[in-house]
Write a protein that binds this ligand. Sequence first.
Ligand SMILES: *[C@@H]1O[C@H](CO)[C@@H](O)[C@H](O)[C@H]1NC(C)=O
Ligand SMILES: *[C@@H]1O[C@H](CO)[C@@H](O)[C@H](O)[C@H]1NC(C)=O
Length: 479
Amino acid sequence: MVTSGRMSPWCLLTLLTLVPLTLSSNAGVKVKLTQKGLEYARQIGMTTLQQKLKTIKVPDLSGTEKVAPIGKVKYTLSGMQITSLGLPKSQMGMVPGTGVSLAIGNAFLSLHGNWKVRYLHFIKDSGSFDLAVKDLTINTNIALKSDETGRPAVNTVSCTSNVGSASIKFHGGASWLYNLFSAYIDKALRSALQKQICPLVSDAISELNPHLKTLNVLAPVDKYAEIEYSMVASPVVSKAFVDFGLKGEFYNIGRHKEPPFSPPVFGLPPQVNNMLYIGVSSFTANSASFVYNNAGAFNLFITDDMIPPSSPIRLNTRTFGAFIPQLAKEYPGLMMKLLVKTTRQPIISFQVNNVTLQASGTVTAYAIQPNTTLAPLFILNMETSVSAHIYVTGVKLAGSVILNRMSMSLGASYVGPFQVKSLDNIFLMVLKVAVLPKINAHLQKGYPLPAIGKMSLVNTQLQVLKDYMLIGTDVSFRG
Ligand SMILES: *[C@@H]1O[C@H](CO)[C@@H](O)[C@H](O)[C@H]1NC(C)=O
Ligand SMILES: *[C@@H]1O[C@H](CO)[C@@H](O)[C@H](O)[C@H]1NC(C)=O
């Protein structure tokens, strides 16, 4: 029979109909930003904005005004520089469907510059001036979206600024002139300032994007795995929250194969005490299990040197021979080796306050012959259930497991019949001293959570709920 390497069109069609299923855009990880989180963003943002606005460069202004009774006066204002600027009052809010709003009120600034006038064709006068602006207001709406790489992006959708009252003080020159003149200059300066503010605010907002782009959309874990945290859709903004849906899926490094299951439908409770709530679903955990299982990371050789020296139970044919007479006879005085393998991916389930991992596998026992060849002795089927304790450390999730129960049945024996039950204590010991510590050492290293820049987590709690873990946390970008 000849088998063709080409796929039949029929087969391709079947595959194509499967695509929408496997490309399911359900989020494996959900993040909720609260008003408290927005408030922290405002505090950080205002420092940046204040610095930005201090860089306002007011271009030189010149013009001609008719001033009674002297006639045309030509004026020039130059060398204007901001001497102080304050943004004492600001507020950020959610704009459902769009993003967030930023309202700044009572802002003030003062500016120093030089003035020069010419009138009656030949009279020149000059000096300096100080302008003080009070009641400056800025109102802006900022859209929050997902960019083409699944990272958050912001842009200004509207901005208005209004310069409330301004007062100007001239130094040098003739005072009668100022009185005639200040109204014109005041107006020209206000409109010049007003023109500068919104573009600078808009710039400051755009400058957030490089920071937002540091979201770890592909977070490296270890030599086997990476986690994808790209956003599956643009954030959803409601009255009190911004909700982000992230993929939250483990992949084998460089080989992105979808698992045969998809994220559960879950929603985060409307809690408000922390800045952020992160929901990590059982899908994310099971995608990890899928990846490590595919990579063969759950297959483990166990040798006697992995058993503590203090243990009376050794991995040799003497220990096992006590329960399997034929083994003692056929392979006397040999060391043994066990191969533990999963037969399918371990299943992780989240119930309230309980994370359980259920694994099915086999244990193959070998005698190590004098010429180092392995002689298979028997194969046992093993079902184990472990409970996990999960915690947050740094910006990572870590854990440890303890054994709930284990059961074994005979798969095959090459050394005659024996009571599998009689080996229970030996294998319980092997699990406890050789297998679980390996798993725990790995779990302890942790798995990165979604993060932006040099974010650290504070006031963090973790709760296990049905189908997901809820992490409530504040964040800090200081040090
Ligand atoms: C968690 O659930 C598993 C399976 O339902 C159970 O065996 C285990 O005892 C539970 N653990 C706790 C701490 O409730
Ligand atoms: C190793 O020794 C065993 C038992 O004596 C024998 O059956 C086997 O063929 C040997 N293997 C090699 C590679 O020499």
